[in-house]
Design a protein around this ligand. Structure first.
Ligand code: SF4
Ligand code: SF4
Ligand code: SF4
Length: 307
């Protein structure tokens, strides 16, 4: 029996649902797994069941899974406790792997954010920043591996249930698990002509009609829709291969993150757009648009104050 501990930090909860969404493969896995800590499923309290503890404690486990980035000091402390108690640590979802959507906030200083939320919002009366009974916020959103060592990365917003199942099966068999270093384009069935003949457009509706086959349809980017497939790691399509958003007739927004850890998707996508004749400078807010899910790890920084 493999003991599993799971925690959630700064998240929307979608990645937790992914674990529950594994479906039938989870039934096969369950007899081999013992969940010893998982806030979304069980009432195991980190200060002891009656709150008698003086420090946060997680039970020991062979596998630890963390979803969400680090946004407050409690997240930071729990990440260290999980690392200390779990032999293998998995970062689940783009928030844990790269900061995810919450790390878009890294474009602003913490004080600016607090001012905006507690004193600059038109819909609420101004109030002091809460300072008691809640953990202090960190200066910015951190990806999990900026605080503790991560052994396995399962990116995606949310990640695909099939990938979670594959990773767990690999770990149960004592094998390492990692996604291949391929791009979303490598698994995309559309036709590329290496040239766009129109300017960039906004993807507000399906790019090709629902009934039309993807095979033989033109590459979305060449039709003028910003698709981040060239700079995004593949894997979201699972065994079916076709990337999830492409299957839904929408461009890739890069939730699986960079193809390699040291890649620079901001520079690479500018090159990819230019190479087919599209002008990346026509996209406002380029840094955040191209790095929507990967704003931690130093990629998004506070902007200079706008006039
Ligand atoms: S990666 Fe996406 S789905 Fe998962 S917790 Fe973050 S925002 Fe939610
Ligand atoms: S840019 Fe987008 S639509 Fe074009 S091949 Fe790559 S993933 Fe497919
Ligand atoms: S196509 Fe891109 S944005 Fe959509 S799920 Fe796959 S990696 Fe994420």
């Amino acid at each position: 029996m493999v003991r599993v501990a799971e925690e959630w930090f700064s998240i929307c909860g979608g990645c937790e649902v992914t674990v529950l969404d594994i479906g039938e493969p989870l039934l096969d896995l369950l007899p081999k797994l013992q969940f010893v800590h998982m806030p979304v499923l069980m009432d195991h309290k980190i200060f002891g069941q009656t709150g008698q503890g003086t420090k946060m404690e997680i039970p020991e486990a062979e596998v630890g899974i963390i979803s969400g980035g680090i946004r407050n000091e409690e997240n930071r402390e729990l990440a260290k406790e999980m690392r200390a108690k779990c032999k293998i640590l998995i970062a689940l979802g783009s928030c844990a792997c790269f900061g995810g959507i919450p790390a878009l906030a890294n474009q602003f200083k913490l004080e600016e954010l607090l001012d905006k939320v507690y004193r600059g919002s038109k819909s609420t009366p101004p109030a002091p920043t809460p300072a008691t009974d809640i953990p202090p916020l960190t200066d910015r959103v951190y990806a999990l591996d900026e605080v503790v060592k991560v052994d396995v990365y399962l990116p995606g917003c949310p990640t695909a249930p099939e990938i979670v199942a594959q990773a767990l099966v690999s770990l149960l068999e004592g094998k390492a698990f990692s996604l291949p270093e391929r791009s979303v384009c490598d698994d995309c069935p559309v036709k590329r002509e290496e040239k766009a003949d129109i300017s960039l457009k906004r993807p507000l509706e399906s790019i090709i009609p629902e009934g039309q086959a993807l095979e033989g349809s033109r590459c979305f980017m060449e039709l003028g829709y910003l698709c981040l497939g060239p700079v995004t790691r593949s894997g979201c399509g699972g065994s079916e291969k076709t990337p999830r958003c492409i299957k839904g007739r929408m461009p890739c927004r890069a939730c699986f993150g960079p193809i390699r850890k040291d890649a620079n998707p901001l520079v690479e996508i500018m090159g990819a757009l230019s190479s087919i004749g599209l002008d990346p400078k026509t996209i406002p807010d380029r840094a955040a648009t191209f790095q929507r899910y990967i704003g931690a790890q130093g990629r998004l920084r506070p902007l200079a104050k706008r006039p």
